[in-house]
Design a protein around this ligand. Structure first.
Ligand code: NAG
Ligand code: NAG
Ligand code: ZN
Length: 238
C-alpha cells in the first residue's frame, strides 16, 4: 500500500502529518539542546583576581567618589572595588544556596548582598572561625534574624578557609527535595569563590591577596562536600 505508485490521499496526508510532527519534535529537542549548551557555556567562569599594594588607596578613592555621587576611573589594573563588585554579582545570581566558610567576615557590601539573597529565599549557611559574639558582628545578627544559619568550630585550631559555594549541585538537589516538587529543579550553575582574602574591609583593602572564581564541576563539588561535612561537625545557633 505505502509503496504503490499512486498512494491514496488519506495515506499521504497521514504520512506528511506524522513526518511534520516527528520533524518538529526533533527540531524542538535540538533547540533545547543548543539553548542549554549555550546557557551552560555562558555560566562557565574561570577567573583569578589579585589584590595589590594599590588596593587600599583605590578602595578609599572609590568610596570617597561614590559618597559625592561621582564616578572614579580607577588606575589600578587590579582594582579592589571591581573584585568586590564581582563577588556581589555572583552572590546576586544565587538561586538556591550560598555556603560561605569565612575566617573573618564584616564587609558591609558583602553583608548587604547576603541580606538581599535571603530576601530572595536563598538558603545561606555561614561557617566562621569564632562564635559570633562580638558587637562588630551586629550586622550578622540582623541577617540571622532574616534566616541566616551560622556555625563555628568547637575545636582548637583555626577555621582558616575563605571560600564560598554558590548553588552547589548536591546542595540544590537537597533543597529541592525538601520542596517535594514532582518536577526537576531549574538549571543552576555552581560557582566556587576561593582565595586568601577575608571578606572584611581590611582583607579587601590592605593586603596582597588572591581570589579564584571557578565553575569547574569537580572543584565545586569537592568544596561543597567539605562544607557539608564541616556543617555537620560544627556547632551553631540553629
Ligand atoms: C584574615 O585572615 C588571616 C588568616 O589568613 C588572619 O590572620 C587575619 O587576622 C584575618 N584578618 C582579619 C581582618 O580578620
Ligand atoms: C583556595 O585558596 C587558598 C588560599 O589562596 C589556597 O591555599 C588553596 O590552594 C585554594 N584551593 C584551591 C582548590 O584552589
Ligand atoms: Zn579601583
Amino acid at each position: 500500500m505505502f509503496f504503490s505508485k499512486k498512494t491514496h490521499p488519506i495515506w499521504s496526508t497521514l504520512i506528511i502529518g506524522a513526518g511534520t510532527i516527528a520533524a518538529s519534535e526533533v527540531l524542538w529537542y535540538f533547540y533545547n539542546y543548543v539553548h542549554d549548551l549555550l546557557k551552560w557555556q555562558q555560566a562557565q567562569v574561570h577567573e583569578v583576581h589579585m589584590f595589590n599594594e594599590l588596593g587600599f588607596e583605590c578602595f578609599q578613592e572609590h568610596r570617597a567618589h561614590s559618597q559625592r555621587g561621582k564616578f572614579f576611573t580607577c588606575p589600578n589594573t587590579h582594582c579592589t572595588q571591581r573584585h568586590i563588585e564581582r563577588i556581589i554579582e555572583l552572590l546576586a545570581r544565587a538561586k538556591f544556596s550560598i555556603d560561605l566558610a569565612m575566617y573573618s567576615l564584616n564587609s558591609p557590601e558583602i553583608l548587604l548582598a547576603l541580606g538581599k539573597a535571603l530576601q530572595r529565599n536563598v538558603a545561606i549557611r555561614l561557617i566562621v572561625s569564632q562564635p559570633v559574639v562580638t558587637p562588630i558582628n551586629g550586622n550578622i545578627f540582623n541577617l540571622m534574624r532574616a534566616g541566616l544559619k551560622v556555625r563555628s568550630q568547637p575545636f582548637v585550631g583555626l577555621m582558616h578557609h575563605k571560600f564560598c559555594v554558590i548553588d552547589g549541585r548536591t546542595r540544590v538537589d537537597h533543597i529541592w527535595s525538601l520542596k517535594r516538587r514532582s518536577y526537576d529543579p531549574p538549571a543552576t550553575y555552581s560557582v566556587v569563590i576561593n582565595g586568601s582574602v577575608n571578606w572584611t574591609q581590611g582583607g579587601f583593602g590592605a593586603n596582597w591577596e588572591n581570589l579564584v572564581i571557578t565553575s569547574h564541576h569537580r572543584i565545586a563539588s569537592e568544596f561543597q562536600a567539605e562544607f557539608d561535612r564541616m556543617w555537620e561537625t560544627f556547632v551553631g545557633s540553629d
